[in-house]
Structure formats: C-alpha cells, structure tokens
Design a binder for this molecule. Structure first.
Ligand code: HEM
Length: 137
C-alpha cells in the first residue's frame, strides 16, 4: 500500500508534522472512534468492531504516525502492517468501506486538518479502504 508520505523526494514538513505530530494524530483517531460510537450513520461500521475500542484507538494511531511519515510505532510493535490480511476476520464490503471513509472524513474536518492535506489524505485513504474489501457488494 502507498504510504501518505511516499513521494519521490523527502518532504519538509511531512504530513505527520503538518497534522501536529503524535498529539494531532491521536486527536484525529479519538474523534474518529468517538464519531463511530455516537453517530447512527456509522452503526454498521461500529457493529464490525468489538465492544472495547481502546486497543483499536492505539493501533490506528500508531499505524497512522508511520503512514504519515512519522515514527513507525506500529511496525516496531507488530511488524509489517499486512493490513488487508489483518482485516480478513472482518466482513468488509462497500457499506463498511463507505462508513469508514465518511467517519474519517468527518473527523478530518472536525479536527480542522488543513484542507489541502485533508484532501490528499482522503484520496490515499480511499484507495486503502477500497483495497480492504473482502466480500462482494
Ligand atoms: C474499509 C473499512 C474498514 C473496516 C470495516 C475496518 C475494521 C477494523 C476492525 C474491526 C479492526 C479491529 C479493531 C480491534 O482490534 O478492536 C481494525 C483494525 C485496524 N484497522 Fe481497520 N477497518 C477498515 C479500514 C481501515 C483503513 C482504511 C485503515 C488504515 C488507514 C485501517 C487500519 C487499521 C489498523 C492499523 C488496525 C489494527 C490492526 C491490528 O494490528 O490488529 N483500517 N479495523
């Protein structure tokens, strides 16, 4: 999968720095899971998850830090992300993909991530989420 920070030459500042480093990523991930918990529009997505979202919050935060060009906390703890394989236990079709993306895009807006960066992340996240689908429909 393409990392958000994959560019031909090193970027200064990186998306990780532009989003506010680890505290910025943590704020985004917390808003994402809070919305998933609260908003009826994301109920199908919430239903795919277990009752406790604490470890999911940590893992997505650690993963996104590296994906955005910051420290590789996720890889240091768990090895290669193999995201598609790790999502195979969950049934993911277009509904789950679309709710995941809508929830993340809402979190990006509410956290006031700068619009140019948010737009770029939205494109990369669409490709990643689409690739995670593991059932027709
Ligand atoms: C397409 C819709 C998606 C669904 C329905 C979905 C669902 C899930 C679920 C149910 C878990 C397990 C949470 C737990 O441990 O309690 C999970 C884990 C995870 N998801 Fe997703 N996810 C989706 C897309 C994505 C995307 C686009 C990314 C990355 C940008 C992502 C990154 C992760 C990561 C890093 C983990 C932790 C993996 C592990 O170490 O076990 N997910 N996801």
């Amino acid at each position: 999968m393409t990392a958000a920070a994959d560019e031909p030459s090193p970027e200064t500042p990186t998306p990780y720095e532009r989003i506010g480093g680890e505290p910025g990523v943590r704020t985004l991930v917390d808003r994402f899971y809070d919305l998933m918990d609260l908003e009826p529009a994301y109920a199908v997505l919430r239903g795919v998850h277990g009752s406790d979202l604490a470890s999911a919050r940590d893992k997505l935060c650690w993963f996104l830090c590296g994906w955005l060009g910051g420290p590789d906390h996720y890889v240091q703890r768990f090895g290669h992300p193999r995201l598609r394989a790790r999502h195979l236990p969950f049934s993911i079709g277009s509904v789950e993909r679309d709710q995941w993306l809508a929830c993340m895009f809402q979190a990006l807006r509410e956290c006031e991530v700068e619009p140019a960066l948010a737009e770029r992340l939205e494109k990369s996240l669409f490709d990643t989420a689409d690739w995670m689908r593991n059932r027709p429909g």
